[in-house]
Design a protein around this ligand. Structure first.
Ligand SMILES: [Zn+2]
Length: 319
């Protein structure tokens, strides 16, 4: 989801020398393209916020992971694939989850299988039109909400392409991932983010389990929705520790940058809000008080004064 903040591009810790990088200019956005391992094509868009589309040139299909903000983005990506000689097989599309920035280009694949988790289908069906109205300005080309047409609950395998899709709840309940066994590339959607993932639900135990699953798979490369390519497991390890420790509020933020503190503050405050909705006053208070501590320890800018005041009001209301 991108409701509460703008995704930011982050630089991976210690990526080895970058593969060939071609920059393609367009009037609408800016696209970076790079080859990944033996059969991967990574397209990174920087406008309106950094987002990846990943394409795997399988033996039987061209597997297109996430479709970003609309038909124009997909057309541009397909054009580049064509130039690279990747156009001789049918496409199979995958939506990592049903947030608008991951499926708005689906309409460009009307003749293809569009794979998603069962609950992504339901989310697009019920929330798709509303999100299109709400984020109308973000669309690239005229978006026609297009539902996935091949659904799974736990796992779906393309044996000939050596690709596996699996449910990995975290960032959202419907979040799913794609594992390329040949290149050992794991595509995780928004389950991993830099510096920390964005928490939307009280499903942290489940999220932790999904990240444990990622560790077990032991990927060589990780592609996320909104950060640069990860050629090591640092982001996975850091996000895992974060998701694990925030459940008991065991996070020492003293050495965090101001931006990290702000992301952490939003997460802690959000968890407080979720407990409040659930009627768990003690937990809500515990998280709101921690959020207040964090904001008191951040730069004294007007926005933070406002955040602090709103939080104090919230805490008072609980009593
Ligand atoms: Zn996203």
């Amino acid at each position: 989801m991108v409701e509460r903040r703008v995704h930011t591009a982050e630089v991976a810790g210690s990526s080895p020398a970058r593969p060939i990088l071609i920059r393609l200019f367009s009037l609408i956005y800016f696209m970076e393209f790079q080859r990944v391992n033996s059969r991967g094509y990574l397209f990174s868009f920087t406008e309106p916020y950094f987002t990846n589309i990943y394409v795997i040139n399988g033996d039987k299909h061209i597997i297109f992971l996430d479709t970003y903000l609309g038909p124009d983005v997909v057309k541009e990506t397909k054009k580049k694939l064509f130039e690279e000689g990747i156009s001789d097989k049918p496409f199979i599309v995958f939506n990592s989850h049903a947030d608008y920035d991951h499926y708005w280009g689906n309409q460009e694949f009307s003749d293809s299988w569009i794979i998603a988790h069962d609950s992504s289908y339901k989310r697009i069906q019920t929330q798709g039109k509303e999100s299109l109205t709400r984020y109308e300005k973000m669309q690239r080309g005229e978006v026609k909400i297009t539902l996935p047409n091949l659904l799974f609950r736990k796992k779906l395998t393309l044996p000939e392409d050596k690709i596996e899709f699996f449910h990995s709840p975290g960032h959202t309940g419907d979040s799913a991932s794609c594992w390329d066994q040949v290149d050992r590339v794991l595509f995780v959607g928004d389950n991993l983010e830099s510096p920390f993932p964005q928490i939307n639900l009280l499903n942290l135990k489940e999220w932790q389990t999904s990240l444990e699953e990622y560790t077990k798979i032991d990927p060589k490369t990780i592609i996320t929705g909104h950060t640069v390519i990860q050629n090591n497991k640092n982001l996975l390890t850091n996000n895992y520790d974060y998701i694990k420790n925030i459940q008991s509020l065991k996070i020492n933020y003293t050495n965090f940058s101001e931006n990290e503190k702000l992301v952490h503050f939003r997460n802690v405050r959000r968890i407080g809000g979720l407990y409040q909705e659930k009627g768990d006053k003690n937990k809500a208070k515990e998280y709101f008080n921690e959020a207040l501590k964090i904001i008191n320890d951040t730069e004294n800018v007007p926005d933070n004064i406002e955040r602090r005041n709103r939080l104090i009001e919230l805490i008072k209301k609980i009593d």
